[in-house]
Ligand binder design. Structure first.
Ligand code: TXA
Ligand code: MG
Length: 348
């Protein structure tokens, strides 16, 4: 059925994807971080389809993807004050790449994208297929991760098919994502930036570029809010309010099975033969053999490889007969911060 929707990236399939998007349809697209569920960001009807397809609350805004910092200008207000123009320049130096920037929006952005918030999240992706697609489109692309709401993000075309195959007109196959974790999200501030979600660009890189990085507090499930907005949320009755830093919900990206970091796992509680064990570097064979299922994310413990393969392994572990997923831990520095952030959320 929907497997025929996966098309290897080529000039012809990219042109077809651009046509489908222009026609108001949804397309699964590769980026260097994770796969996105794409729609024409200027078409409110198409954007609403994203929320329906994912089962995503209407007050959780979307990122818009553009092909250059220059083409972002129409959608953002970053010329004044002076500090904002300066911070925007610094952020743009990370593009194309896995950095998303939250800035004041222009009136041209459709309300469905921002969930009515006064800000918009923008990024210039680096994946060559996504870049060709953006070049072929006359509009920016709104795209959240292409997973049903609250499940693990997809890092290959097949993951998109499994989760949303019936919802998309086509899935553009650009291979396995290079980062494997979603983009870093920052909000620009006079004295530096606020980190809303750790990702492919590390806090250390941000510190070098911006001087100061404020680590935002993670919101709880029902936390409130910085802005009132006026669109209709089908799931809610009261007035809709945009989430504070919506990417920061504690529980997110979760597999169906419980997941625990290795330090928190008591072998007495769950027999190793019932455990799906994910490690960052190989265990000795005799030790690995104790587990019901076992996967090593890197031969050498390289954290970039761990990040790249993490979501695939969590999906695979989730599909086993085991009753618990137990996973390694690492220091929260460099890409390790984003890895542990996703593991924390998956185990919340
Ligand atoms: O790597 C990525 O960022 C991927 C690829 C497809 O680009 N996209 C992605 O989108 O992860 P999504 O929707 O799954 O996560 C974006 C996060 C959401 O948690 C959303 O709440 C937050 O960005 N966000 C979007 N607009 C925002 C805004 N104006 N202010 C604060 N947070 C915002
Ligand atoms: Mg997501």
């Amino acid at each position: 059925m929907s497997s025929s929707k996966i098309k290897a990236a080529s000039n012809a399939s990219i042109a077809e994807a651009a046509r489908l998007l222009a026609d108001g349809q949804l397309v699964g697209v590769p980026t260097e971080t994770v796969y996105g569920l794409a729609a024409d960001a200027t078409n409110p009807v198409a954007v609403r389809k994203i929320f329906q397809a994912k089962g995503r609350p209407a007050n959780n805004p979307l990122i818009i993807h553009v092909d250059s910092p220059e083409s972002a200008r129409r959608w953002v207000h970053v010329d004044h004050p002076r500090w904002l123009a300066d911070q925007w320049q610094r952020a743009a130096a990370f593009w194309p790449g896995p950095l998303t920037v939250v800035v004041p929006r222009s009136a041209d952005v459709v309300d469905e994208v921002t969930a009515g918030a006064p800000t918009v999240a923008v990024r210039v992706p680096s994946h060559p297929v996504m870049r060709s697609l953006l070049a072929a489109c006359e509009f920016p692309i709104a795209a959240p991760s292409a997973n049903p709401s609250n499940y693990v993000s997809p890092t290959c075309a097949e993951h998109v098919r499994q989760g949303l195959g019936d919802e998309v007109a086509m899935i553009l196959d650009g291979g396995e994502c290079e980062c494997g974790l979603e983009s870093t999200i920052i909000r620009l501030q006079r004295d530096g930036v606020e980190l809303l979600r750790p990702g492919g660009i590390s806090v250390e890189q941000l510190q070098d570029a911006f001087g100061s990085v404020k680590l935002a507090q993670r919101a709880g499930k029902d936390d409130t809010v910085e802005s009132k907005v006026g669109n209709n949320a089908p799931e809610r009755s009261g007035p809709l309010e945009a989430m504070p830093a919506p990417g920061m919900l504690a529980k997110h990206y979760s597999p169906a099975k419980p997941l625990r970091v290795v330090a928190a796992w008591q072998a007495e509680e769950v027999d190793p033969s019932r455990v799906a064990r994910i490690v960052f570097a190989p265990l000795p064979d005799c030790e690995a053999a104790r587990f019901g299922w076992y996967r090593s994310l890197s031969r050498t413990g390289d954290l970039n490889e761990v990040a790249q393969h993490l979501f695939t392994a969590i999906r695979q572990a989730d599909a086993t007969e085991c009753s618990l997923i137990v996973i390694d831990q690492c220091d929260r520095s460099g890409i390790g911060r984003a890895i542990m952030d996703r593991i924390d959320r998956a185990s919340a």
